[in-house]
Write a new protein. Structure first.
Length: 84
């Protein structure tokens, strides 16, 4: 507590870390002064639903399969592209 203030706080994330930063900025933008998103994975629902993209199907075990309504709805709740 008291370590910093939003005016002095920045965040950075790449790939899935960019997803985390993007979701954080959408949910509570007042917490950060600046953010850097490097090659961010910000359209998670549209990307993960496409089984033709390499590695996507293998990641369904970790992320959930957005072809199933409960996972799709969950992904849409935090997906930066759909929550700007």
């Amino acid at each position: 507590k008291g370590i910093t203030t939003p005016i002095k706080l920045s965040c950075e994330g790449r790939s899935a870390g960019g997803l985390l930063v993007g979701a954080s900025l959408n949910q509570q933008p007042e917490l950060f002064r600046a953010a850097i998103l490097g090659v961010p994975f910000v359209d998670v629902a549209c990307t993960m639903i496409d089984a033709s993209i390499p590695l996507t199907v293998a990641e369904w075990e970790e992320w959930g399969n957005p072809n199933e309504e409960r996972y799709f709805d969950y992904m849409m709740s935090y997906c930066p592209m759909q929550n700007v």
